[in-house]
Write a protein that binds this ligand. Sequence first.
Ligand SMILES: [Zn+2]
Length: 377
Amino acid sequence: MTTGYVWQSIYGWHDTGSAAGLFGAAPLSGIQPGQHFEHPDTKRRVHELVESSGLLADLVRLDPVPVGPEQVLRVHDESYVEWLSAASTSGGGALGGQGSSPFGRDSFEIALLAAGGTMAAALAVLRGVVDNAYALVRPPGHHATRTHGMGFCLLNNLAITAAELLQAEEVDRIAVVDFDVHHGNGTQAIFYDDPRVLTISVHQDNNYPANSGNLAENGEGEGKGTALNIPLPPGSGNGAYQAAFSRVVLAALEQHEPDIIMVAAGYDAGGGDPLGRQMVSSSTYRWMARMLVDAAWELCDGRLVVSHEGGYDPNTVPFHTLAVLESLSGVRTDVVDPYEQVHARMGGQDLQPHQEAVIDQAAKLVANIPPRKNWNL
Ligand SMILES: [Zn+2]
C-alpha cells in the first residue's frame, strides 16, 4: 500500500497563547500563565516520531494548498469567516466558552492550510496517487459548526473536504468515522440532514460539548438515520472501543456503502490524556485503523483519508498516531510504545456490562441508515 502524508511546520505556528490548560492566563484571577492544552508540541512530536522511526521514507509527502473562499463557504457562514479573518489579521482572538479556543495572528490562514491538508490527502486518494492518506494538520476541525468555531477548532477541515468531494468530484456517498474522545458535533451538524454523508462518532458520554452526541441524535429530514453516536461511558478501554467498532462502526459502514471513508482521528481517548477519561492504548488504535483499512478495501477500493484532530498528551499521542500510520501503510517500524503496557494493564480494560448496554443501543441504530440500493432509486 502507498500512504500519503501531510505535515507543514507552519501548522505549529498557530498560536494558542498562554493558558493554564483550558483557560487563558489571568494572573489576577489566579490563573498562572502556562501552556494551552492545544499547543504545537504534541503534533510536532508526532511528526518527529514519524521521521525518527524511519516511517517517513515509506510515505508519500503531499503538499497542502490553502482552501479557497468557495470551498470554505460551502460549509461555513460568510459572517463567521469574515469575523475570523479580520480577528486573525488584527492579532488574534478567542472562541468558545470563556475564550477556551484562542487563536493568534494569521491563524485563519493557517486554518485554511489545515483544511487544505485534509483536502490534499483526499484528492491524492481519489486520484489514485496513493491508496490512503494521513493529514497531520493543525488547528483541528471537528467541533467547528457552520456558524462558529469551538473546542480549539476554527474551520472544519474534514467537512470542507467532504463538501468539495460531493460537489466537485464524482463522490456520491461519504462515511466519516470520528474516534476522538469528544463528540464530532460540528461535522454531524453540518451534514445532519444530508443522506450522502454518514457521520459516526465514538466518544465519551457528555464530555464535550456538553449534552451533545447522545444516542437520540440520529439525523433529520432526508438525513434521518445518517448521524450515529456511540457515547461510551467514562472509563471505557480497549474492550469497549473494539466492541463499538466490531458491532456498530463496521456494520454502519457496510450499510452506508461509502465511496470513501474519512476519519476524524483524535487520540484523546488514550489512557494518558488530560481531556478524556478513557483508557485506549496503542494496540487498539492500531487495530481500529486496520479495521478501517480493511473496510475501505471491502467497500470503496481502499479509499481512506485520515485527518488528525485532538489528543493532548504529548508523551503518548505520537505512539498512537504512529500505530495508525503503520496500519495505513502496512509498514511496521521498530518503535515499541512503552505506554502500551502501562495502559493495557489498567483495571476495567475488558468490555463492561454498562458499556455493552450503550453499544447494544447504538447497534440498533444501524438499521436506520438508508441502504444504498434504496437511496439510488
Ligand atoms: Zn477531542
